[in-house]
Design a protein around this ligand. Sequence first.
Ligand code: TXA
Ligand code: MG
Length: 358
Amino acid sequence: METIIKKLDGSEKDREVLREAGEMIRRGDLVAFPTETVYGLGGNGLNPSSSRAIYAAKGRPSDNPLILHIADREELLPLVREIPPAAEKLMEAFWPGPLTLIFKKSELVPKETTGGLDTVAVRMPSHPGAAALIRAAGVPIAAPSANTSGRPSPTCAEHVYQDLRGRIPLILDGGECEIGLESTIVDISRRIPEILRPGRIGLAALRQLLGTVSVDPAVLGKPDEKTAPRAPGMKYRHYAPQVPLTLVAGPDEKRAEYICEAARRAAEAGEKTGALICRETLPLYQAEAGDHLLLIPLGARSRPEETAHSLFGTLRHLDECGLSHVYSETFDEGPLGPAIMNRLRKAAAFDIRDLSES
Ligand code: TXA
Ligand code: MG
């Protein structure tokens, strides 16, 4: 199958492009499209065979449920059994935007879309192209991130093309995604709302609105039998580059020394090391940088939104740099810290060296 890329650039032509793309989705084809978080791989969310096609195109396990994307509040009612008061508050405050809510599902939503669960994830994206596509399709759009399963989520059309070329007919290119990390997922189908995946809308903002909010333990730690994540997708190896990645926590000077020393040792074996660092600590590494140590800045610590924005693109880029090992600083600061660290811990397969005590 040939994969065509069509631009969404805010011009008059968008209307026709979106009309055709909406038509394709309604009749069962798949279309990748931009949102404010990451690119989605969209299909008709009410059509079981569209959902099966999404799993096949991504190489995704079919027990991993999809998010339904809607453009207007009226579209929610037919999809869910009830709308709890906590959901009303969250939708009022954060929709449209990077927040996905888990509801008890109605009969209308096929089990194929929800990976067999009797709950359904719903999100109303704020990206104008995404909203226009949903309206053009006239059905809720089921869309996971438009990457091959296990790869970092795509934040531009080129990433989608790298992963899904030849597997889907159309990619809508709306440029780079503003946020660069996937939506926050909150389960409001239970008594105490719970964060299943951290995103730009953080715990503090949610608590301010709802009072008590819990965090799925799997968000922070390595999943094991006891902490099987409640969002099925969070149990899979994810975001991982081919090259081994180690996170290094602790004081800035100490970890710069540790990483530079590791790079020197690797250089003796003829190997090249990479370091994901922030702009503020760059001077600590500069003396060592060279053929054996590649410095890869991940934005400034004072501007975590830059780090979030560039993270997935950087993780994709790592495998093209001829590195034998990559070390990364930790990026815990600010409200985006938990979301960034959640992705980095998974990308590192939970390989973390903590220098705080030693
Ligand atoms: O920002 C986003 O949410 C992007 C854009 C495209 O909207 N989508 C996205 O979808 O990240 P995906 O499929 O890559 O991640 C959805 C996550 C998975 O971890 C899945 O297991 C979880 O949401 N999920 C979906 N439905 C669920 C449900 N009913 N209960 C618990 N977790 C659910
Ligand atoms: Mg995904």
